[in-house]
Design a binder for this molecule. Structure first.
Ligand SMILES: NC(=O)c1ccc[n+]([C@@H]2O[C@H](COP(=O)([O-])OP(=O)(O)OC[C@H]3O[C@@H](n4cnc5c(N)ncnc54)[C@H](OP(=O)(O)O)[C@@H]3O)[C@@H](O)[C@H]2O)c1
Length: 261
């Protein structure tokens, strides 16, 4: 499959987010740099980082040295909770570390500790987007009620909510709540939340001659949920991107969904 054919979801502003991304938490220094370079070589065109991960420089260097055009790689970074009140300064630091003029998606990493900060932070995120420092803005680890507060106050929905997700955490209603509000659900920790030796996953993997990890990622994409698996192991980096040569049947999707009940 051609990389530009990877499935995407559409965010406000007609921004396209590839449904498969590459996670970089705990991938730092030379190891992080090499992992991102290997990911780009394996076909990922979406990299997930955060101020908190302390690896924006390595991520930026790998993207630059991959030889890909800036507009062909979707970059996400995130505002840490302790930076509330210093939003603009924080994104400017991220852009400097990444050595880019804009990120594609900037997320509030966690809801602010003080609930009174919720709306002011969201207004700062929107201002950064309007200043073209981020093409889209969203949140992470937010409840539906918190998302509703943002929408009520500003009439602007977060483009994305990045939350912990996997077959064991599957929640049809929570997914629908996001869809109803025009918020793309982005899952994190797809493997850490999953028992990869679960018999349902191994049976389905066997039927398609793939691994349970590949089944888990394909399941996210078939639900139109963004998946951002992390690995620093070249073989796994490649395997986690090699998920477009098979598809899951409706029955298999239902069987995996049922792991969440
Ligand atoms: N917004 C948030 O609060 C938040 C929180 C957590 C994570 N995230 C984001 O989501 C990304 C993914 O989540 P995560 O890093 O927590 O966990 P994950 O992607 O579920 O799991 C990563 C672990 O799985 C291993 N692994 C990778 N591919 C595998 C495979 N094919 N088979 C078996 N094991 C495999 C990795 O090992 P090796 O690296 O040794 O290969 C690593 O130990 C993060 O990197 C980060 O970008 C966001």
């Amino acid at each position: 499959m051609n990389h530009s054919d990877h499935p995407t979801a559409v965010l406000p502003g007609d921004v396209r987010i590839p449904l498969l991304g590459f996670g970089t938490w705990q991938a730092t220094g030379e190891e992080g740099y090499k992992a991102v370079l290997a990911a780009l070589d394996a076909g990922y065109r979406h990299i997930d980082t955060a101020t908190m991960y302390g690896n924006e420089e390595e991520v930026g260097r790998a993207i630059r040295e991959s030889g890909l055009r800036r507009e062909d790689v979707f970059i996400t970074t995130k505002l840490p909770p302790e930076r509330v009140g210093r939003e603009r300064e924080t994104i400017e630091e991220s852009l400097r570390a990444l050595d880019v003029d804009y990120v594609d998606l900037w997320l509030v990493h966690w809801p602010p500790n003080n609930p009174g900060d919720l709306i002011p932070v969201w207004r700062e995120m929107l201002a950064a987007r309007d200043a073209k420092l981020a093409r889209a803005v969203g949140v992470s680890n937010f409840s539906t009620a918190q998302i509703d507060e943002l929408i009520q106050a500003t009439e602007e929905n977060p483009a994305v909510n990045q939350i912990k997700w996997g077959p064991r955490l599957y929640d049809r209603q929570r997914h629908a709540e996001h869809r109803d509000r025009g918020v793309v659900l982005e899952g994190y920790s797809p493997f850490k939340t999953t028992d990869l030796s679960d018999p349902v996953l191994t049976r389905i993997a066997g039927a398609h001659n793939v691994s349970p990890a590949q089944v888990v990622l394909r399941w996210h994409l078939d639900h139109e949920i963004v998946a951002i698996p992390k690995s620093v192991t070249p073989e796994r980096i490649r395997a986690n991107a090699d998920i477009f040569g098979f598809s899951l049947t409706a029955e298999e999707m239902r069987d995996i969904d049922a792991l969440g009940s």
